[in-house]
Design a protein around this ligand. Structure first.
Ligand SMILES: O=C(O)COP(=O)(O)O
Ligand SMILES: [Mg+2]
Length: 238
């Protein structure tokens, strides 16, 4: 029997078929649903807007609390909506969208966000290059905002909140020991999750910065790697 009581799992690049697609791996979804059926909490922790991830969790049958906006918001049926962020970054989003309009595009999700906003890198530009330009500008002009890059979008995050803050909140409120928790991700934005869990898992194609802080680096990329890990839990191998 596995010691794992909760799996905090990222979405884009982790339960999708790769880091360049939004397509969910349906085989992984069925295995994660089996895990949930065995009483392990499957808890999405994502930078997506909260309505997106609440919908995902509900229709996929994942039974744990849901984190959106890079840790700014947590939702669980029993708790309702929990706001962990202080102040919105909307004013910075409006400024950056105008100032870097040749390099970034708006995203429809921003109309459904409360604290943390996202920008898509325009086709033809290197995501990390644009991220560094935006981060340099924002972090020298706005003390209360941090900038992150998931590989899918640039995120303008309220200082003081991140995915790790949300994970710690959930563990504390549910009374679960970090040694009984796993975190699984693909990008640097998942690094903070790993500060609060015993099983720190990076998919095979994860950012090097994430792999460095993990104690399990899966052989296979994205969802194929997570499939192996989910089966290890079911078999009681971790
Ligand atoms: O929304 C993004 O940019 C990526 O989302 P993720 O946190 O689920 O990887
Ligand atoms: Mg991701």
């Amino acid at each position: 029997m596995s010691r794992v009581k909760i799996v905090f799992i990222d979405v884009d690049g982790t339960i999708t078929e790769g880091r360049d697609t939004y397509l969910l791996d349906l085989e992984l979804v069925s295995v994660l649903r089996m895990l949930a059926g065995q009483g392990v909490y499957v808890s999405i922790v994502s930078s997506n807007a909260l309505p997106v991830v609440i919908g995902l969790a509900r229709y996929l049958g994942f039974n744990g609390p849901v984190t959106g906006e890079s840790g700014s918001l947590v939702y669980y049926d029993k708790w309702g909506l929990v706001e962990l962020a202080g102040s919105p970054t909307r004013h910075v989003y409006v400024d950056v969208l105008e100032r870097f309009k040749d390099y970034v595009d708006d995203t429809w999700q921003n109309r459904f966000r409360i604290y943390e906003y996202a920008l898509k890198v325009r086709k033809g530009f290197d995501g990390w290059m644009v991220y560094r330009m935006v981060a340099d500008y924002v972090e020298s002009n706005y003390r209360d905002v941090r900038v992150g890059y998931s590989g899918y979008a640039i995120h303008l995050m309220p200082r003081g909140v991140d995915k790790g803050v949300a994970v710690k909140y959930v563990l504390d409120r549910m009374g679960i020991n970090p040694d009984e928790a796993a975190g699984v991700g693909d990008s640097v934005m998942d690094v903070e999750i790993m500060k609060h869990v015993g099983l720190r898992v990076a998919v095979g194609n994860a950012d090097e910065e994430l792999k460095k802080v993990c104690n399990i680096v899966l052989d296979k990329p994205s969802s194929k790697g997570v499939l192996d890990f989910a089966r290890m839990i079911i078999q009681g191998a971790v």
